[in-house]
Design a protein around this ligand. Sequence first.
Ligand SMILES: Cc1ncc(COP(=O)(O)O)c(C=O)c1O
Length: 372
Amino acid sequence: MKPFDVYPLYPIEPVKAQGCYLWDKDGMQYLDLYGGHAVISIGHSHPRYVSKISEQIQQIGFYSNSVQNSLQIELAEKLGQVSKYEDYQLFLCSSGAEANENALKLASFHTGKSKVLAVSGAFHGRTSGVVAATDNPKIVAPFNANHDVEFIPFNDVDILASAFDETVAAIIIEGVQGVAGVYSPTQEFLSKAQALCDSFGSLLILDEVQSGAGRTGKYFAHQHFDVKPDIITLAKGMGNGFPVASVFISRKIEPWAGMLGTTFGGNHLACAAALSVLEITCEEKLMKNASIMGAYAKEKLMAIDQVNEVRGEGLMLGASFDFPVAELRKKLLMKHQVFTGSAADKNTLRILPPLNIKQEHIDHFISKLKLA
Ligand SMILES: Cc1ncc(COP(=O)(O)O)c(C=O)c1O
């Protein structure tokens, strides 16, 4: 057997990682400004994270959700405090798509309706319902295409208002659109979505899978605005590479036994990883660092002639060049050993580094960018 060939691969094999760096099997060092799709939050192989996971697996790594697990309670309390969502309920699962799938399912259970509104450019994952709410027909199989989903233009409040009616279960919006090329919702759009949800008995879902866990300088990107979603999803940075994800659920949605479920979600190892990430995020003030370093990177990027615009907040940045960046990214990686990200918008370079990045790393990146 061989791997199912769905990923275009760079000819690089990282075998070691530490902080903001990776090393390949020949000992070549790479600067990581991408975090493997925004996953690395506290830095690669943080020593305290490694110890916490190692200690946990020596005690107990996994048992099913049919027994008590006080680590889940500890994680819910700590996540509630850090995110300022202490009054919400937490459902743990293992990936961003799974978190969003559960969010849509909850909205549908709660409202008794099936229609979902999504926005142009959205990416919510690849499972059945969320791929239907993802704005990329290439990855939607006929089996997934029959969900009751309507797309509306991003940030268009008038079309948003005309699309809403009593059949809508939920609207799902990314905290910051990542895959599209780092585009933020406006306050007006979020406020209108919340108001329409309130008047039609629908639920507002914020997908913070990529933009959460402190990446934008606040725990969730929507906290830069005045809005309170009914459901929030979180994944990537939450586990720093350990597959753990979550759904934050308003108290107005009442659980019943068997309503949601998962084998792996919230297992002991996953909880230990997520708790360790939270502790390190707070102790090392990584959200503050994300704000400061993000502003610094923005200023340096804007000073480059071919950069037209730098979108995003904190360490979720999209630098828009006046040419397609595919070649530039390749050169940065293969010639200058710097990982960066692409986006659906071909002119956008996505910058999603570990949140403990320092000024010297950004200076190094900018100097290589000028050479590439
Ligand atoms: C905003 C957003 N939602 C959902 C997902 C899907 O997450 P996963 O790949 O963990 O299923 C992604 C992945 O890139 C994402 O960026």
